[in-house]
Design a protein around this ligand. Structure first.
Ligand code: NAP
Ligand code: MG
Length: 398
């Protein structure tokens, strides 16, 4: 069989631990036999990040700006324990944070829906994609404990030195206070990423905040979305047969529970943090959740939503068998290959992505799966496969 050709490379970001092992198996068994795989390879494994003083992470993000499509393996975010384990020169920052800061984007997370892995919410039939704004609010907040009686104000000092004040509270005893911010430019790129992603995936877009209570802060989010939608996207949405609507967050939550899915739910940073955990666990498993970072100027970075599965890796190192689910990592590759195909007009590559996804889903629906899914499936007597066996079973179908 002749292999599928690629015209433009994908940016390939390798990673750590168990997912690094899966990465290699996926390439060898599911991709390289069929595709003349062209990638620009960056090793984001912690050892190499340490050797390059984390320059490799920056370079991989810059390459993503150049080639527009990247696929990333899960990586370790160093903490104190990792400092010793890997003898690190510094506690390097989260690669995802570094990449996000360079690409400036929104993270979209969607569950992979499979028959036999049923959502807890019985009317959810299609995936619900959460679009999380990844800048500001409480994540860049400053806080104070107020020891006793006194006044707290917000003070804005403009460039010419003039001050504007707003009373937060007159304390008559101890309490707490928090200040947070966002910037219009970031909200605008959040809005554009959401509108573009909705058009890309032909799904409706919902956006919700608490603008009735937060009349300036949350209301600004609502206004910016509406202004950009009216000026740049209304016609395109009509043409694509999809809708954008804004509603109050309370109303959105109620509607989500009663919906059948199949749309994108755009959330402010905190809402997206907690709601994506709720949605993903209600759909079944973190190992069945894809994640893509979309930048406002059209760069895409695909990855799995889970981490490096450290506990399984330590078993693997001891020579014990593992049953680690590779579905989200496979879908990171298919997402990137499909997008590459779309940008390059490479139909064969897009069709290959579809076939690999179908082979993966068919394998699970036929009852062959890893242990994490076997524990929650409604399929009777599933066959539990090890990490490699599962990938081989997909390869056979493919
Ligand atoms: P994790 O890798 O997501 O794994 C947590 C647990 O979830 C696992 O121990 C396993 O449960 C289950 N699990 C997750 N993915 C699975 C899969 N594909 N197949 C089967 N089970 C799976 O989170 P972590 O152990 O807290 O973090 C490990 C490392 O990943 C950390 O260094 C962290 O910094 C990094 N991390 C990276 C990313 C990223 O690059 N995007 C995201 C999150 C975390 P059982 O052990 O019960 O089987
Ligand atoms: Mg969370």
């Amino acid at each position: 069989m002749e292999k599928i050709k690629m015209t433009t490379p994908l940016v390939e970001m390798d990673g750590d631990e168990m997912t690094r092992i899966l990465w290699k198996m996926i390439k060898e068994d599911l991709l390289e036999p069929y595709i003349d795989l062209k990638t620009e390879y960056y090793d984001l494994g912690l050892e190499h990040r340490n050797e390059t003083n984390d320059q490799v992470t920056v370079d991989s993000a810059l390459a993503t700006k150049k080639y527009k499509v990247a696929v990333k393996c899960a990586t370790i975010t160093p903490n104190a324990a990792r400092m010793d384990e890997y003898d690190l020169k510094e506690m390097w920052k989260s690669p995802n944070g570094t990449i996000r800061a360079i690409l400036d984007g929104t993270v979209f997370r969607a569950p992979i829906v499979v028959k036999g892995i049923e959502p807890c919410v019985k009317n959810w039939k299609k995936p619900i994609t959460i679009a999380r704004h990844a800048y500001g609010d409480v994540y860049k907040g400053s806080e104070m404990k107020i020891p006793g009686v006194g006044k707290v104000e917000l003070v804005y000092t403009s460039e010419d030195g003039s001050e504007t004040r707003e009373l937060v509270h007159e304390f008559d005893g101890p309490g707490i206070v928090q200040g947070m911010h966002n910037i219009n430019k970031s909200i605008e790129s959040f809005a554009r990423s959401c509108f573009n992603y909705a058009l890309d995936t032909k799904q409706d877009l919902w956006f919700a905040t608490k603008d009735t209570i937060s009349k300036k802060y949350d209301h600004t989010f609502k206004d910016i979305f509406q202004e950009i939608f009216d000026a740049e996207y209304a016609d395109k949405f009509k043409e694509a047969g999809i809708v954008y609507f804004y509603t109050l967050i309370d109303d959105a939550v109620a509607r989500v529970m009663k919906s059948e899915g199949g749309y994108i739910w755009a959330c402010k940073n905190y809402d997206g943090d907690v709601m994506s955990d709720m949605v993903s666990s209600a759909f079944g498993s973190l190992a069945m959740m894809t994640s893509v970072l979309v930048s406002p100027d059209g760069n895409y970075e695909y990855e799995a939503a889970h981490g490096t599965v450290q506990r399984h890796y330590y078993k693997h190192l001891k020579g014990e068998e593992t049953s680690t689910n590779s579905v989200a990592t496979i879908f990171a590759w298919t997402g990137a290959l499909r997008k590459r195909g779309e940008l390059d007009g490479n139909k064969e590559l897009m069709e290959f992505a579809d076939r690999l996804e179908k082979a993966t889903i068919d394998t699970i629906e036929a009852g062959e799966m890893t242990k994490d899914l076997a524990l929650i499936t409604t399929i009777e007597n599933p066959t539990v496969l090890n990490s490699e066996g599962f990938i081989k079973a997909i390869a056979k179908r493919l």
